[in-house]
Each structure stands twice: as structure tokens, then as C-alpha cells.
Design a protein around this ligand. Structure first.
Ligand SMILES: Cc1cc2nc3c(=O)[nH]c(=O)nc-3n(C[C@H](O)[C@H](O)[C@H](O)COP(=O)(O)OP(=O)(O)OC[C@H]3O[C@@H](n4cnc5c(N)ncnc54)[C@H](O)[C@@H]3O)c2cc1C
Length: 644
């Protein structure tokens, strides 16, 4: 505005534009840059954000008609000061605000009415707000009941006045309001805004949401929506996210979601689903992230109870002081719920097995709302099914695991020139298969860029805190190709897992993937990898070692049934059809699939993920526990044809 002198009217117009600027900058989840060609402010593509950490309402202290109309059109609250109001001003101001709000398509009740007050605690009968606490209550009650004032701010620096107001006036005033509110005056709490209501999605009975869930509900118009709409990899636009905080709330939320006919339902724990998306478009999301307790159940048997919303980095950090760890994954942000119902292939997998191999019992909310226990002794068929295909049978609300004793570990990152891509993978596979089970190794290859040789990144975890042992294990790996970088250290499993950001998910990448399990990296398979990478379609290719303790478990002991694979493979691309086409050649080599890394939703993938006998058993289990196919957001195993 360049120091321009503004008339009172112009100041209000400038304020009007300023509100648009402020709100536009705060709208960090809107993709488009901010443009404003105003009379007072001009923005030519301003970057939005950062988003405020909490909702910041805009309240205006206004007295004259023009600015009162601005309050009605754009503000979140009206904050006049009692000493400047004449009798009747509060009513007239409210009316002007209400009319302007309605004309702007807003609900007048969404504008909070606040009031600055001043007064004195004194003997009875001195004047308005000049008396004992009881008289303050009597004086203030009409403002709340008749004028809709819901926030009172005492203008004083005197601690005694503040304390008496907080301790003596407010509790009695609240009680009096509660007693009388039912029959009189305007509502005292702001309502959901008209703008928020207009963003509600069809098919969801928002008004029918049980009161117990109302506090946990986030709708598209809510401040928190941008934090919960998407997951780590997927952008979403759900109509309602229910951030449940207890098992009874899970039961109630599930019943509510089921009542919304034709509306999608997703179950979310840590929000890192690759196959299971845990967000949707226009549906209901049951968000279990608040069920994130990590409890030690028994010191001698190393029993720990985990909530589905706990993240694996927090689990690792909580168990580390006891010298314990649970074999989980490689990324600390992944949630317990999704990973521990599918498998769990992580840094300790060859020595300690899959995460599901440590599960001793689970509490699960079934489709009909029953809260069941699944263990070797109770609902043992369900216990079998949730260890590999858990997403199909219910919502697991707690997991009881037996942790292992794990001290410090060796952790190395080796970078290799992988110009001879096929030879590199064949040699890596041979060394890893021959290594003792204390070695777990993952390898990542991306496309070669700008004429540079392709670089393969090999990560190696050695379950030993002895430097000589770690070096001995790394030695054969260091020789598989020209080494271009290396870093090795003795560290804790918790430190390796502490690698995730606490920021809300923004749905990065929207990748498409293909995956498979394989026994050996044969020369033919290695050549197929080289060909696949040469297409340029895959931007991230990874192989993880399996085998070891994973293969100790019988194939029919859990729903994760491909126990003889030594490697899990995944390729990420951006184009479904192109990736599927490029994958055709390599596909023939696989004998199984880990569903957590797969995004191809064609029915054949189920046959890849589960051996035939396992799949048949899973279908029968589905018929028993979820005949209406309520849980279908992740590799759906439909009940047997004709039975469902
Ligand atoms: C960056 C990254 C790294 C990964 N690393 C590994 C790894 O090292 N090892 C590995 O094995 N996997 C790994 N995965 C895959 C991961 O294990 C799965 O995607 C898993 O489903 C994520 O769990 P979540 O709770 O975070 O996901 P969410 O997105 O919350 O859930 C995914 C799906 O799991 C199901 N689900 C979630 N919670 C429950 C519940 N309480 N009860 C029943 N079903 C539920 C639902 O179908 C849901 O759609 C990784 C994924 C990402 C994005």
C-alpha cells in the first residue's frame, strides 16, 4: 500500500482484502500458487504455507455498520469491548452481522461472539459487574443466553480479579447457562460453517454420527482435514475421517461406516499402505493412529502389547532400553497395524523372521462389531488368517508380541557401480544366500542418469555388536562389484529405525508397483532385471533378502504361505499399463508375492500372494468372519462364490 493514507472506508476495504491474503497463505494444502489483484494488495503467484499448527480464527473488534458487515461476510468472530458499547449496540451489531452472513451464504452461528469486559469484585449492589461473584454471574447470564456471547475476556492485569473470575464466576456461569440454555436465546457455540457444510460428501449421514464419535470426526471443511485426508503415498478426499481413541469407538465407528450404504470404508493405522490405501474418495476412514500404546506386558517372556497406530520407530525406541527388538520393517514411520497383519520384512528378518512370526495374540473387531481374541487357543483359525491376510477379517485393535533380545547391530551402506547390472544382482544374491542368518541385506537400484553408470545401494544389517564379525560378514559383499562408497557402523536397531519425519502425510508419489517373491537370483532372472531397468520405466527397484528364520516356519502355519523364498522384489513406476507390460518378462520367474508391496489389483495377484490351499482356507475364513465383505480395501479375498 506504500504508506498511502486511507479513509476509514478504505481501511475496511483493505482489511477485507488482507483477510483473503491471510487465509490464502494459510491454505497450504491448495496446490495452486496464490494470486490476488486487489485494490490494496497484489500477489502474483505467492507461495502458500506453512500451514498454521492449529486453527487460527480471525476475530474483528468492530462497531460501525460497514465493518460489522465485514465480520458477517468473512470473520470467524466478533470481539467488541463492553465499555465502548451503548445499550442496544450488542443486539444491533449481532443483527447486522447475521444479515451480512446470510447474504454471503454463511450460517450466522458460525461466527463466534466474544466480549471484552471489565469489572470489580466488591460488596453487593454497586453496579454492573461491580459486586460479588454471584452478581457477576447474574449480569453476564443474559449476554450469553440472549446475545450469544460464548467467550468473555476480562480486561485486567490484576491476578486476584482473574483468579476470582476463573474460579468463582465461570463455573457458576457455565452451570447457569447449561440450566437455562435449553429453553432460551441463541446457541452459544459456533456452528459448522456453511462453507464447511457445502464440502460434505453425498451418502454420508453426518447428522446421524453418534455423539461419542463427534469429537473424533474430521470433515472436508475442518481445519485438520488437510492432515488426515492423504496417506504417505496416496492423495485422498474422504468424506469423513473418524480418529477413534478406544475400542468401543472402533466398534461404533465401524457400525456407522457400515450403515453408509455404497460408501467406501478404509482402515488406517500408520498410513503407509502400498497395497491397502487407507484413504478414499468420498468415503469413511477409520483412523487408528491414536491407538498407539506400547506396553510391556511381561518382562520375563518379553511380551509387549502394541496399538495398531504405533509406529515401528517408536516401538524400536521403547524396546531398546531393555535390549529387545521386534523384527519389523526398514522404515520407522510405518504403522504396526498394516505391517503386522501382512508380514513384516525388515532389517532383522533372516535372523528373527517376519513380524507376524512373533505375534502371540491379537484383539480384533470383527465385521459384526464383536470384539474377539485371536490366539493359538482362541479363534485359532482367525489367528492363522490375520498373520498374512489380516486386513480381510477385521480391525486389529491390539497386538501382543514376543520380542527378541537384540543388542547393538552392525549397519552398513555400500554403493556399487552396477554397470554390469545382471552380474551385480547375481553375485549379490549368491553372497546373501550363502551368508549366515545374522546377515540381512536389501539392495536398491534406480535408473542411470545423465550418462553416469548406474549405482546400486546395498544396505546390510548384521545382528552382532562385534566389529570383527560385522567386518567378516561385509567382506564378501564388498567384492561383488566396484565399490564407489561405503559407510559401516555399530549402532542400535532403534537408531537405524529412527528415519521417518513426523510431518502429516501429503500423499507423495502415487506410485504403481509390481512385486514378487523368488527363491534364487538365477542368471536368467538377473538378465531379466537388467532388461527391466533398461526400459527406464522403473524408478525404484528393490530386492530384500528373506529366508533364514522365515523358512523355519511351516508354509501352512500362517496365511503368509510362501516360506521358501529367499528374496522379495519390488519395482516402482508411475504408469500402470507401462509397468505391467515391462513386468511381463520378469514375472515368469516368481513364485509368490508379498502383498504389502503390490498395487496391481487384478484378481490373479491373489493367486500369486497366497498358495492355492491357503487361498481356499482364507475364503472359507472370510465367509465365516466377514460374509458381507465389509473389509475389502486391501487385496480383497471375497467370500467363496455362491456363499457371499
Ligand atoms: C516407506 C515405506 C516403507 C515400507 N517398508 C516396509 C518394510 O520394510 N517391510 C514391510 O514388510 N513392509 C514395508 N512397507 C509396506 C507396509 O508394511 C505396508 O504398506 C503396511 O500396510 C503399512 O502399514 P500402515 O499401518 O502404516 O498402513 P495403513 O496405510 O494405515 O494401512 C494399510 C492397510 O492395512 C490394513 N490395516 C491397517 N491397519 C489395520 C488394522 N489395525 N487391522 C486390520 N487391517 C489393517 C488396511 O487394509 C489398510 O488399507 C513399507 C511401506 C512404505 C510406504
Amino acid at each position: 500500500m506504500g504508506g498511502r493514507r486511507l479513509s476509514p472506508g478504505q481501511s475496511i476495504d483493505a482489511l477485507d482484502e488482507a483477510i483473503d491474503v491471510i487465509r490464502g497463505i494459510w491454505a497450504a494444502d491448495e496446490r495452486a500458487v496464490l494470486r490476488l489483484d486487489g485494490e490494496y494488495y497484489g500477489l502474483r503467484g505467492a507461495k502458500r504455507g506453512p500451514a498454521p499448527a492449529h486453527d487460527i480464527p480471525i476475530w474483528l473488534g468492530a462497531y460501525k455498520p460497514r465493518i460489522l458487515r465485514l465480520v458477517g461476510r468473512k470473520a470467524d468472530g466478533w470481539l467488541p469491548s463492553m465499555p465502548y458499547l451503548k445499550p442496544g449496540d450488542l443486539q444491533a451489531g449481532n443483527q447486522a452481522i447475521d444479515e451480512a452472513a446470510l447474504a454471503a451464504g454463511r450460517n450466522p452461528a458460525e461466527i463466534r461472539r466474544l466480549l471484552n469486559i471489565s469489572g470489580r469484585f466488591s460488596a453487593a449492589g454497586q453496579g454492573w459487574l461491580d459486586g460479588p461473584a454471584g452478581q457477576w454471574v447474574e449480569d453476564l447470564l443474559p449476554l450469553v443466553l440472549q446475545d450469544g456471547v460464548s467467550t468473555l475476556i476480562v480486561m485486567t492485569d490484576d491476578p486476584g480479579t482473574m483468579r476470582r473470575f476463573a474460579e468463582e464466576v465461570m463455573p457458576s456461569l457455565r452451570d447457569a447457562v447449561d440450566r437455562e440454555r435449553a429453553s432460551r436465546g441463541r446457541p452459544t457455540a459456533p456452528a459448522r460453517s456453511a462453507a464447511a457444510l457445502s464440502r460434505r460428501r453425498d451418502g454420508i449421514d453426518y447428522d446421524g454420527l453418534p455423539a461419542a464419535l463427534a469429537e473424533s470426526a474430521v470433515e472436508p471443511g475442518d481445519f485438520d482435514y488437510s492432515r488426515v485426508r492423504s496417506t504417505y503415498l496416496r492423495g485422498g478426499a474422504p468424506g469423513l475421517v473418524l480418529r477413534v481413541t478406544s475400542v468401543p469407538q472402533v466398534v461404533e465407528a465401524l457400525a456407522f461406516a457400515r450403515e453408509q450404504a455404497g460408501v467406501a470404508m478404509s482402515v488406517r493405522s500408520g498410513g503407509h499402505g502400498i497395497s491397502g490405501r487407507s484413504t478414499n474418495d468420498g468415503g469413511v476412514v477409520l483412523d487408528l493412529s491414536a491407538l498407539n500404546a506400547i506396553e510391556i506386558v511381561d518382562e520375563t517372556t518379553r511380551r509387549v502389547r502394541l496399538g495398531p497406530g504405533a509406529r515401528w520407530m517408536d516401538v524400536a525406541a521403547a524396546l531398546a532400553p531393555r535390549g529387545w527388538a521386534l523384527s519389523s520393517g526398514d522404515y520407522g514411520g510405518v504403522g504396526v497395524g498394516g505391517l503386522a497383519t501382512a508380514g513384516g520384512i525388515g532389517w532383522l528378518v533372516r535372523e528373527h523372521g517376519l513380524t507376524i512370526d512373533h505375534l502371540r495374540s491379537a484383539q480384533i473387531v470383527l465385521a459384526d462389531g464383536t470384539v474377539a481374541t485371536a490366539s493359538p487357543d482362541e479363534n485359532s483359525d482367525l489367528f492363522w488368517g490375520i498373520r498374512g491376510a489380516g486386513a480381510n477379517f477385521g480391525i486389529v485393535t491390539s497386538f501382543e508380541f514376543e520380542a527378541d533380545e537384540v543388542g547393538n547391530i552392525g549397519f552398513a551402506q555400500l554403493a556399487f557401480d552396477a554397470t554390469d547390472t545382471a552380474g551385480f544382482f547375481e553375485r549379490w544374491g549368491g553372497v546373501v544366500e550363502a551368508a549366515p542368518r545374522d546377515v540381512t541385506s536389501f539392495v536398491i537400484l534406480g535408473p542411470s542418469r545423465g550418462g553416469q553408470p548406474p549405482v546400486a545401494h546395498v544396505m546390510v544389517a548384521v545382528d552382532s555388536d562385534d566389529a570383527d564379525t560385522v567386518l567378516a560378514r561385509l567382506q564378501p559383499l564388498a567384492q561383488i562389484a566396484p565399490l564407489v562408497g561405503s559407510d559401516a557402523r555399530i549402532t542400535s536397531y532403534a537408531a537405524v529405525m529412527a528415519n521417518a519425519s513426523p510431518d502429516p502425510h501429503q500423499g507423495q508419489g502415487e506410485p504403481v508397483t509390481r512385486s514378487g517373491l523368488i527363491r534364487h537370483i538365477t542368471p536368467e532372472f538377473a538378465i531379466a532385471i537388467e532388461k527391466l531397468m533398461a526400459t527406464g520405466i522403473v524408478y525404484f527397484f528393490q530386492i530384500r533378502s528373506l529366508g533364514g528364520a522365515v523358512s523355519d516356519v511351516a508354509a501352512d502355519a500362517t496365511a503368509f504361505g510362501t516360506r521358501d523364498a529367499n528374496f522379495a522384489v519390488v519395482a516402482f513406476g508411475t504408469d500402470r499399463a507401462r509397468l505391467d507390460e515391462a513386468w511381463e518378462d520378469i514375472y515368469q520367474h516368481f513364485r509368490g508375492l508379498y502383498l504389502s508391496f503390490e498395487t496391481d489389483t487384478r484378481a490373479e495377484r491373489l493367486g500369486d500372494a497366497f498358495p492355492a490351499a491357503t487361498l481356499e482356507r482364507l475364503r472359507a475364513l472370510k465367509q465365516r468372519y466377514d460374509p458381507d465383505n465389509v473389509f475389502r480395501d486391501n487385496f480383497n479375498i471375497a467370500p467363496p462364490p455362491g456363499l457371499g
